[in-house]
Ligand binder design. Structure first.
Ligand SMILES: C[S@@+](CC[C@H](N)C(=O)[O-])C[C@H]1O[C@@H](n2cnc3c(N)ncnc32)[C@H](O)[C@@H]1O
Length: 324
């Protein structure tokens, strides 16, 4: 063969099958995941093992390496899946959260669609749902009740409550259009769209009349933005680069939105209605102090509940009856 032609063919071959992928050819899923785990580790990517396993499993149509099936686990990963894993791994190397790369994430018993920059629900928020279900007396008393969620994000909390409490309907509000649209899409995905009203509403600036029109509320639930502004720069690149800062930054004392909720909740709640808040471990004491300074609000602190790490994370308040 002519030398120039041979050089040309060698060049084309190199371009279409990069050396590294040639090395990955024939690898089983387990070997492939270990390969990417090593690359992630070398590049300082957090949770390298989980990241590589979730991406590999996702490319093979499963959630975990344990559920890919024994035949798939023993077979070489097909070439198109190798390319897909590589594409996702390159995203991970740019610190994109795994949840955004695969486009979904589990929250309690639900698989929710995830889209940047809407906040990815955190594990401790699953406990907030448990608290509402266990401790909201008004929900037990009434046959038809409404819960208001302030800052619904992906819809995780609202939708989990709808699945657990059959007689409830939820009003889910968020100031972000992306969040409102994702909550709605997730509600439809789970067939819960008939029991949820999703509204773009800024609790700090939009008129309360829009919410009063929706009727009396049995409980207000919120995982508001609660990080102190000065702590924002300490967050991991995954969070800082890809998640909506206004879903996280709670202002100077982390309580901007929380204080808005404390002010509005008494106006929206039925007598003896509840407020459930997630916050920073410093917030329960600060809320106690805020209530002492604002007795007109009729809110009484009932419980401070610790999260699974033992940190005071959740605040349960109740509106006192207007006629004592
Ligand atoms: C910490 S995220 C919680 C999201 C979701 N509930 C969860 O737990 O995964 C806070 C949410 O509050 C929304 N938010 C921030 N400020 C708000 C405001 N003033 N009024 C309404 N929603 C607000 C953000 O857009 C964000 O979706």
């Amino acid at each position: 063969m002519h030398l120039l032609l041979r050089q040309f063919l060698a060049k084309v071959a190199h371009k279409s099958v990069p050396c590294r992928k040639m090395g990955l050819n024939g690898m089983t899923p387990g070997k492939l995941a270990s390969y990417w785990e090593k690359v992630f580790r070398e590049h300082g990517i957090p949770e390298p093992e989980d990241s590589s396993q979730i991406l590999t499993a996702h490319a093979l149509g499963a959630k975990t390496m344990h559920t890919i099936g024994s035949h798939v686990a023993r077979s070489p990963v097909p070439a198109d899946k190798l390319v897909l894993v590589e594409k996702m791994a390159q995203e991970r190397l740019k610190r994109v959260p795994v949840q955004y790369i695969i486009g979904e994430w589990d929250f309690l018993d639900m698989t929710l669609e995830m889209r940047p920059p809407v906040l990815i629900p955190r594990p401790e928020t699953e406990e907030l749902v448990g608290l509402v279900v266990a401790d909201c007396e008004e929900l037990r008393r009434s046959t038809q009740t409404s819960i208001l969620e302030v800052g619904c994000g992906s819809g995780a909390v609202s939708l989990a409550l709808l699945r657990r409490i059959p007689q409830v309907r939820v009003i889910a509000i968020d100031k972000s259009e992306a969040a409102v649209s994702l909550t709605w899409d997730n509600a439809e995905r789970l067939g819960l769209q008939h029991r949820i009203h999703v509204l773009q509403h800024d609790i700090l600036t939009d008129p309360i009349a829009r919410l009063l029109d929706l009727g009396a509320i049995s409980a207000v639930v919120s995982n508001p933005p609660y990080i102190y502004t000065e702590d924002m720069s300490q967050l991991e690149p995954e969070i800082l680069r890809y998640e909506d800062h206004s879903a996280l930054d709670g202002g100077l004392d982390g309580m901007d939105v929380m204080k808005g909720i404390l002010r509005l909740a008494p106006l929206l709640l039925k007598d003896k209605g509840d407020v459930f808040l997630e916050g920073d471990p410093r917030h329960p004491e600060m809320v106690k102090k805020w209530l002492e300074d604002h007795p007109e609000g009729q809110l009484q602190l009932l419980h401070i509940v610790k999260d699974f790490c033992g940190k005071p994370r959740f605040i349960h308040l109740r509106k006192q009856s207007s006629v004592l």
